[in-house]
Write a protein that binds this ligand. Structure first.
Ligand SMILES: [Zn+2]
Length: 339
């Protein structure tokens, strides 16, 4: 029977990455000590057992009524602001370990690969490698010092993602001190939703979706601030010439390229999101096992009045469609996939 609940936003730190984090000079620019991951740029968080232990991950899913999870590496480890070769090495360690973890529970877990964007050619190669290994989605950082997602040099990455029919998950990440956000955890609380909103606006206004209308992009944390203020992008597009330079069409024409997870921590916000995007564009995410996770994802979906059909879409249907598993076709799809 097809899973009835799917979590599309769930993180791991595979055992080979944990081992690497314990070695000096690793490509993550972070260390693991006494059960804590300590990034050199300042962020630290506890290493929850479910990050690297598949049995613990399954127990966590069971406790929250989740039958399937698409697991991705912890976004802090993508090396989004590191040199290209270092970031690629980090992502390869994460991705190889990710495949091993998923292979331990093929009926409960699906892999979402991490792809570094510092070098478009490297990004395409790593994405192709992981698509051939069975990934139906990849995760990238929203942006970093020195590059942004809509810039022309990254177009080959987006083009190949569309060709391979891969969902691209945009995840904000910590890149050290951000002016004005040094206190009260604002880098996460306000910085993350801002990063996501910026990334969405940049992709749309750079004309990426004009060239690649079949591209599918998942935005973390309910799309951050983007859904609530998307009308502002449209208004700016109407009244200011520089906004239209690379994208002549109404920004709302491209809205259906985007998917949004349910992590809003507010029934009102989720209700708005479903109306804004459509129930066929919203899917369950948790962000487990981080402390900013939604610990009751099914309850979150049920906090919004949805029709039976829409509830089923948000809980599992949309995710299964993106995974190519609407009718339990996972095995066939993986075997047929070639790049
Ligand atoms: Zn996350």
């Amino acid at each position: 029977m097809a899973p009835r609940t799917v979590d599309f936003h769930n993180h791991v730190i595979p055992p080979p990455a944990v081992a690497s984090l314990r070695r000096a000079g690793n490509p993550f620019e972070a260390d693991e000590r006494d059960g804590t991951i300590q990034h050199h740029d300042g962020i630290a968080f506890p290493m929850a057992p479910e990050m690297h232990d598949v049995e613990e991950k399954l127990r966590s899913l069971d406790a929250r009524g989740l039958e399937l999870a698409v697991v991705s590496p912890s976004p802090t480890l993508l090396g989004c602001n590191h040199p290209a070769d270092e970031a690629l090495e980090a992502c390869r360690i994460l991705n190889d370990g990710l495949l091993e973890m998923v292979a331990e529970a093929p009926d409960r877990l699906r892999p979402m690969a991490a792809v570094p964007l510092q070098d478009a050619e490297q990004a395409v190669a790593e994405m192709e490698r992981m698509a051939a290994a069975g990934c139906r989605s990849v995760m990238v950082g929203t942006f970093a010092t020195g590059w942004r997602l809509g810039q022309p040099s990254l177009r080959p990455f987006w083009r190949r993602a569309q060709e391979l029919d891969l969902l691209v998950f945009l995840h904000p990440f910590f890149v050290g001190a951000k002016p004005g956000m040094e206190h009260h955890y604002l880098t996460n609380l306000a910085g993350n939703p801002l990063e996501t909103a910026l990334a969405m606006a940049d992709i749309v206004l750079s004309g990426v979706l004009d060239e690649l209308p079949e591209l599918k992009i998942l935005l973390a944390h309910g799309g951050g601030y983007a859904p609530y203020q998307y009308g502002r992008i449209r208004h700016g597009h109407e009244v200011r010439e520089e906004v239209r330079t690379d994208e002549p069409h109404d920004p709302f024409d491209h809205l259906r390229s985007f998917y949004f997870d349910t992590i809003t921590h507010s029934a009102q916000a989720l209700d708005f999101l479903v109306r804004f995007a459509g129930a066929d564009r919203v899917l369950v995410g948790t962000d487990l096992p981080f402390d900013m996770a939604d610990f009751d994802p099914v309850g979150t979906v049920d906090s919004v009045a949805l029709t039976r059909r829409d509830r089923d879409l948000v809980l599992a249907g949309n995710a299964l469609r993106l995974l190519g598993e609407e009718s339990g076709s996972h095995e066939t799809r993986s075997k047929e996939l070639t790049v």
